[in-house]
Design a protein around this ligand. Structure first.
Ligand SMILES: Cc1cc2nc3c(=O)[nH]c(=O)nc-3n(C[C@H](O)[C@H](O)[C@H](O)COP(=O)(O)OP(=O)(O)OC[C@H]3O[C@@H](n4cnc5c(N)ncnc54)[C@H](O)[C@@H]3O)c2cc1C
Length: 278
């Protein structure tokens, strides 16, 4: 049943310091960015939260910039901002590719990268990209700013290290060298949540084994880096052997969108095609 608005309130800070002070002094508050996830919960009657903090006007959180080797993407950058950004397209084309496959144009115009990450769905499309890119999450409260490796951000299904008085303000992404790829397998190309999603990086010019970073979504309670598979490839494993290793380290489930066996096969196929350059 649709939730009502009457018992809910919305605080609208004018600046980031205002927003952080409100979180400190007037919490608990639920941050609200593009509202594309929150509105679904509101509509289904599953949104229990009553007091919200509207981030949408905080332009400072929308910036995308590069300083030296680090690309910084503000949490409020929308998927459309990511698709249009020349910096993202040049430095992290797999992120632009992921953004292009999120929802439809309306969702891309409103949905933000910060919301995608904070929502913490294991099927979120930008998550494997940030994991494979070795991104850092920049968290800020009125008291301090801290940086958390993306791979340490989630602690369980829909759980993260973000404290209630913190906002995700940005993502910092070191320069990614070599070949990168984003692939999403869903029921159809647009408006479909993934059955399996993968992002990968193959670094160039490494003798012996391959230095590969692989991250997968929708195969575990959180997005995962395939560390055993990465280690096997670094030690010189063949594509077949790497696929077998991957199958031992992912544990997808049956759910409304797909079943575990299909997800396992698709994940192995995506890895094989990526490694073979297809
Ligand atoms: C029709 C439809 C299709 C969709 N398709 C896809 C898809 O293909 N792929 C996909 O990955 N997602 C999809 N989504 C989900 C959603 O659009 C994305 O997750 C989007 O990026 C969420 O961003 P938002 O700004 O709208 O988040 P909001 O709804 O505003 O917030 C989501 C959560 O993040 C928290 N939050 C937001 N910003 C911050 C911040 N800066 N700091 C701390 N917490 C914050 C909020 O409190 C809330 O818990 C779809 C949604 C709809 C309705």
């Amino acid at each position: 049943m649709q939730s009502t608005f009457s018992n809910r309130s919305l605080l609208r800070p004018r600046s980031l310091p205002d927003a952080l002070a409100m979180l400190r002094d007037e919490g608990p508050l639920t941050p609200l960015a593009g509202c594309t996830d929150l509105y679904v919960a509101l509509n289904f009657g599953t949104l229990r939260d009553e007091r919200f903090l509207d981030l949408w006007r905080l332009e400072a959180l929308r910036t995308i910039e590069a300083r030296g080797d680090v690309l910084t993407i503000g949490a409020l950058a929308t998927h459309t901002d990511l698709i249009r950004s020349l910096l993202v397209r040049a430095r992290l084309p797999m992120l632009a590719a992921a953004a292009r496959e999120i929802g439809g144009v309306q969702i891309q115009n409103r949905g933000t990268i910060g919301g995608n990450v904070a929502n913490a769905s294991p099927a979120g499309d930008t998550l494997p990209v940030l994991a494979a890119a070795d991104a850092r999450v920049v968290l800020q409260s009125a008291r301090e700013t801290r940086r958390v490796p993306f791979t340490a951000f989630y602690t369980g299904y829909r759980q993260s290290v973000r404290r209630p008085d913190e906002l995700i303000v940005a993502f910092e992404i070191p320069r990614v060298r070599g070949r990168q790829r984003f692939r999403k397998v869903g029921t159809r190309a647009a408006q479909a949540i993934s059955k399996v999603v993968m992002a990968g990086v193959i670094e160039p010019n490494v003798r012996g084994g391959r230095r590969v970073r692989i991250a997968l979504g929708s195969v575990a309670p959180t997005v995962v880096r395939a560390e055993k598979t990465e280690a096997a490839l670094a030690a010189g494993a063949s594509i077949d052997a790497a696929q077998q290793t991957l199958l031992t380290e992912i544990a997808p489930i049956d759910d409304i969108r797909s079943d575990a066996e299909y997800r396992r096969r698709v994940a192995a196929n995506l890895l094989g095609r990526f490694l073979a350059g297809r």
